[in-house]
Write a protein that binds this ligand. Sequence first.
Ligand code: PA5
Length: 468
Amino acid sequence: MPNIRVDCNEVLANRIGINGIKPDWLKKIEPKAKEAIKVLQKNRGKEMTGWFELPHEKEQVKKILASARRKRGKYEDIVVLGIGGSALGTIALRSALLHPYHNMLDRQMRKGQPRLHIMDNIDPVSMEHLFEDVIDIHKTLFVVISKSGATAETMSQFMLAFELVESCLGERNLKKHLVAITDADKGFLRPIAEELGLESYFINDDVGGRFSVLSPVGLLPAALCGMDVRALLTGAAQMDTRCKTASLYKNPAAMYAAIHYLADTNLKAPLSVMMPYASGLKDVADWYCQLWAESLGKARNRKGKVVNVGPTPIKAVGVTDQHSQVQLYTEGPYDKVVTFIGVDKFNLKLPIPQVFKEVEGIGYLGGQNFNKLMEAERRATQIALSDAGRMNLSITLPKIDANSLGQLFFLFEVATAIAGEFYDIDAYNQPGVEAGKIATYALMGRKGYEKEAKKIAGRKAADKKYIL
Ligand code: PA5
């Protein structure tokens, strides 16, 4: 299948001026990039880099596909319960690979595929309305996903789903309506799943949440909704091959990481704007934001020194955000690298009708098509940014399909890992997220967290003067 293309020209100082990256800096960082690639490839599959092997995994994929075949036609709604890395990849897959209005279509229009809801928030109103007004419990499959098997948000959702199924359909039907994806041994979900005899899948210990889209976390919901899981993995494997090469100039992930690292450290440009020009890819930008932010935003480096590093990711959508954020990107501070994601060929062509020919200001649009307009808008924004001396990259997908998406996911995962090497930080932990989880346990009265609860209760009271 054709490769996705990564064009880095418009970040270079010899094209966009002094606020760009000097080609010499890339030459200078090349040995460090080579070393990073070497280390990653040598250790691939070990110490939290199990995600490297996911495109080549066979066992669970077979089980997932067999399960999806067995379940075909049996459910009207799939409800994924999960958060962060246990949800964002599936949301990105749904937006990119299903009909844009999939959940609103009738069964026939959905070609018999179930609707897919991903509950990545515990907002009581949206939960209650989904459960009460949208799904029919008799025809719903809940897929509860939590690597740790302990996250309060997901576990409370699971309790709600469990209670609903048990009370409406009886204990004997739990197995038909609940599936669990969690660690093989750790956490609270695994023993519950086993005790209830639920169908379950494991997330390898060495695969972190935000790197898990190509594990059962993303693959099971994808397969249940008829997405081409094998093509997704083939695309990722294709990118894996490209990202093995030690040459910075041939390795798109290393180049992407080097550009962002140099922009941050040499040009004080730590913001990474991800701007797909396709509504179907808007949630890939959300997925990227989590991957980049949680992996690279760290207080300490590997030697334990306080460094407080981390490029900040920002989501933008073309063309929508041309009318919202682009003014800032063109004229505001020189603190960003904008990544455009374009598509060679959309899955359909939509003509602009030849009406209002006599109205000079809009008549020129008639007879053309939205595809051309979309591409022109992307190109125009890119030119405007370059002319204003703003760094930007262009990633182009041949089309939006499972293969391209697999390539894209893997590209950003490897780029994140290489950026972690450049910053010399642990890209796989998330002490900042854990701190919040612990405070939640304390506030919710979990046993063992009494000390934290006491500490929170003893916090300085808010000054009323500043409560307006
Ligand atoms: O990337 C991560 O590790 C996190 O975003 C987790 O995915 C998120 O905190 C949810 O954790 P869990 O899957 O353990 O419920």
